[in-house]
Ligand binder design. Structure first.
Ligand SMILES: NC(=O)c1ccc[n+]([C@@H]2O[C@H](COP(=O)([O-])OP(=O)(O)OC[C@H]3O[C@@H](n4cnc5c(N)ncnc54)[C@H](O)[C@@H]3O)[C@@H](O)[C@H]2O)c1
Ligand SMILES: O=C/C=C/C=C(\O)C(=O)O
Length: 486
């Protein structure tokens, strides 16, 4: 059976505890990128819907959510996590329909991690203290945490539910209310998430969803609204610039997780089989549509030829195809616009003198759907656009290096600074290189191994602020210091 003909759901806004259409009844179509079939319609929100959602969120700040005891709020978050797990198969199917990602990925990573995001913060929020200082017998100072207020959550399309819950869980844990703007390409799991929040006991108005686009649409309206106190955004660096301009007028608090062009540095003393097993994932998982993908691979010259030969051979084994076929490792790109953009980079790689070692275009045998072969490119100069710019597809470049100093200079010659992987069995070198790489997240002899207590985020043009554990609470709350004269 053609497993990808299943249909999706119609997506409406969720405002003040109810599903609603746009006032002007406008909708846009949601497409399955794996076969270009229509999945359903999506309510297209704009300023009017954002105004309604922000008003509901502002009102809800002073409702039962404000007086709900911490442990009760924690139980609500835990219940949201439980309900996500109860609906895992349904949510995984919707996520793969929306994104084109393989169902094994949605089922084992995206949705379970969405549930864990809520379970983690349900626990973490009950362990937090603040700070107090005794000023001799003159005064005592103590700090209390208060919610920031109404928070706008603007989400990308690559890991839709994983990233939306990574924001919503701490946002709610800190007592805020939320207006979520999912990416226009991936509306379905966000729509169901709102329903799950209500079922778990989140009071009406605390969680709202408005669908729509970015510029001149719901996204822009959310960033301009004077009653929105903070914006947390994950997406392209260029979009971050636009949002910062829009938010400046009302001086909103901003948290940014932006683009990356992450180095994967492989020294000759590393275990090549271990490196290859992880590098296949860090290069091509989710069709390379992960901000953390190690798309710039640097290999010490002594291991370069062996690595490239084995890497090409393993990459050729990856099955590209129907996201609902369990054998599929590489699904479809998110949509035509992005598909064309990535193919454009492959043409550019050829023009820049790159050698396509495997992949390089659309695989044979697909009449429909936005499929691109996992592609390895060698022979490119360090200043080529394919080495410097984020492609955000199943495309990696491989460059040899001779010394630590040389590879560090190349790695840090970037306006991005999100993450990096370093492969070596030399302990001192691991620490030394990790400390020199200009990135917010460094993995040594691994990749995407996550502890949610750690600071997560990028430096330079890869982000502003950090998410995770206390770092999320630093963003989603305001610390108030109270000084009592004794
Ligand atoms: N650093 C991270 O943790 C992280 C995680 C995932 C994705 N990303 C980055 O996101 C990008 C891919 O995601 P994308 O294509 O959805 O990003 P995008 O910037 O195109 O869109 C992200 C979201 O912003 C909205 N938007 C766009 N323009 C806007 C505007 N002017 N005002 C308000 N909202 C606007 C979109 O509708 C969407 O919901 C890549 O660059 C990737 O590296 C980063
Ligand atoms: O595509 C980007 C992936 C981001 C991952 C996280 O934010 C995370 O693992 O917390």
């Amino acid at each position: 059976m053609d497993t990808i003909t299943v249909t999706g759901i119609d997506c409406r806004h969720f405002i003040n505890g109810k599903y609603v259409d746009s006032a002007n009844s406008r909708t846009f179509l949601n497409t399955n990128p794996a076969n270009e079939n229509i999945l359903g319609s999506v309510a297209e929100g704009g300023k009017e819907e954002i105004d309604l959602a922000v008003a509901a969120a502002k009102e809800a700040l002073n409702g039962p959510w404000k007086t709900m005891p911490l442990t009760e709020r924690s139980n609500v978050l835990r219940k949201i996590g439980d309900l996500i797990l109860e609906r895992k198969d349904e949510l995984a199917r919707l996520e793969s329909l929306d994104t084109g990602k393989p169902i094994w990925l949605s089922s084992t990573i995206d949705i379970p991690r969405a549930a864990y995001n809520f379970h983690f913060f349900a626990d973490y929020m009950t362990t937090m203290g603040t700070e107090a200082y005794q000023h001799d017998d003159v005064a005592i100072n103590y700090a209390v945490r208060k919610p920031v207020g109404v928070v706008g959550l603007i989400n990308p399309w690559n890991l839709p539910m994983l990233l939306l819950t990574w924001k919503l869980a701490p946002c709610l844990a800190a007592g805020n209310t939320a207006v979520m703007k999912p990416a226009e390409w991936t509306p379905m799991t966000a729509t169901v998430l709102a329903e799950i929040c209500k079922e778990a006991g989140v009071p009406d108005g605390v969680v709202n969803v408005v669908h729509g686009f970015g510029p001149n649409s719901a996204g822009a309206a959310l960033t301009e609204h004077p009653d929105v106190d903070a914006i947390t955004f994950t997406g392209e660096t260029s979009t971050g610039t636009a949002i910062m301009k829009a938010a400046a007028k009302s001086l909103k608090k901003l948290s940014y997780e932006l683009g990356g062009k992450n180095p994967n540095i492989i020294f000759a003393d590393s275990d090549l089989d271990e490196v290859l097993e992880t590098t296949i994932k860090s290069s091509f998982i989710n069709q390379g549509e992960v901000c953390l993908c190690g798309s710039r691979i640097y290999v010490e010259r002594a291991a370069y030829d062996e690595f490239v030969d084995k890497f090409v051979a393993k990459t050729k084994e990856l099955v590209v195809g129907d996201p609902f076929d369990e054998k599929t490792k590489i699904g479809a790109m998110i949509g035509k616009e992005h598909y064309d953009r990535v193919l454009g980079f492959l043409d550019l790689a050829r023009e820049e003198g790159g050698i396509i070692r495997t992949g390089g275009g659309r695989p044979d045998g697909f009449e429909k759907g936005y499929y691109i072969e996992p592609t390895i490119i060698t022979g490119l100069d360090r200043d080529s656009r394919c080495v410097r710019e984020e492609i955000f597809g199943p495309v990696v470049t491989v460059i040899p290096f001779d010394t630590e100093e040389e590879v560090l200079e190349q790695v840090n010659d970037s306006h991005y600074g999100l993450s990096a992987s370093i492969w070596t069995n030399d302990l001192r070198r691991a620490h030394r290189v990790a400390n020199e790489v200009e990135a917010g997240i460094i993995w040594v002899n691994t990749w995407f191994l996550r502890d949610l207590r750690t600071p997560f985020g990028g430096m330079k043009q890869s982000g502003i602020g950090r998410e995770g554990g206390m770092h999320s609470f630093e963003f989603y709350s305001e610390l108030k210091n109270i000084c009592i004269k004794l």
